[in-house]
Design a protein around this ligand. Structure first.
Ligand SMILES: [Zn+2]
Length: 291
């Protein structure tokens, strides 16, 4: 599933190639990928010029004339690709937008969990794809103090807490494992037992890891459908420390640990039991209020 670095890479490609261009015609081959009325969607975006792009967590949008935007959440297998008008369309192309320049933007999604949505820029919080999406993980407004305060109400493991998009938006399964490995904290450490110092390290390392992954154009693993907005693979899979590496020796020089894979909240979690021993024996505080 594309996470923040992958969606940001796609956003940058779309920004570079589509801003200033005008949408001449939009064709929906499957209407059920649109949240809301597909006819309203088509009527609103046709003939509009792209003014900019933006992103919050794993959701992104193309801002158009008239204070509206085309919002996109790729979910599991969605892809947004800029192609030329004579390029053959890949299987599972569900939306095709033709631009004045002759470029096309296509939405491809074999499993069809992804969604397009007509957004109103003054009322973003009412949208379906942005519902319950918290602060972007790369936002400068993100503070360890506020994240720590949010974590106090949760006894789930810190990895599961980081995956909850309502606290911090953009981190998924791959980067959660990578971040906690670099922090040196066990993924099952109860969120409400993470110390202030550890949370500060989590915030700092999150910025580092996500930025490095953006610089490498995201992670394309063997089973993933992720491609950049121009149809290329990312490069960060060559930089991963633990994700997908169960049974291999920990890459930290001198560490005798072997990377383990464990299911936490139904998601595969990778960690080094030696480097990340810290936190595993802590028990969650009793909850003052329900989760
Ligand atoms: Zn280790």
């Amino acid at each position: 599933m594309p996470e923040l670095p992958e969606v940001e890479t796609i956003r940058r490609d779309l920004h570079k190639h589509l801003v200033g261009d005008k949408i001449e015609k939009v064709t929906l081959r499957r209407a059920d990928i649109v949240c809301g009325d597909p006819q309203d969607f088509l009527a609103a975006v046709g003939g509009k010029r792209v003014l900019g792009t933006d992103r919050r967590g794993k959701a992104m949008w193309l801002s158009l004339e008239g204070d509206i935007a085309v919002g996109v959440h790729l979910r599991m297998t969605g892809r947004l690709l800029v192609v030329q008008n004579n390029d053959e369309l890949p299987p599972h192309t569900h939306m095709l937008a033709e631009f004045s320049s002759g470029r096309r933007l296509i939405y491809v999604d074999p499993r069809r969990f992804g969604r397009l949505e007509l957004l109103h820029l003054g009322r973003l919080d009412e949208s379906v794809i942005l519902r319950n999406i918290g602060l972007d993980a790369l936002s400068e407004a993100l503070s360890a103090e506020e994240l720590l305060a949010a974590a106090l109400a949760h006894s789930v493991g810190i990895k599961q807490f980081l995956l909850d998009q309502s606290h911090l938006a953009g981190i998924g399964n791959i980067y959660a494992s990578e971040i906690l490995y670099r922090v040196g904290l066990h993924p099952a450490t109860p969120a409400n037992r993470v110390t202030a110092k550890e949370m500060q390290t989590i915030v700092d390392v999150t910025r580092e890891v996500l930025q490095e992954a953006i610089d490498a154009c995201g992670t394309t693993l063997g089973d993933s459908q992720y491609q950049t907005g121009l149809g290329q693979s990312g490069g960060y899979q060559r930089c991963l420390w633990v994700y997908g590496k169960a049974g291999q020796n920990c890459p930290v020089p001198g560490c005798v640990g072997v990377i383990r894979r464990r299911k936490i909240a139904q998601r595969s979690t990778y960690f080094c039991p030696v480097c990340q021993a810290r936190g595993q024996r802590r028990r969650g505080k009793r909850q003052a209020r329900p989760e």
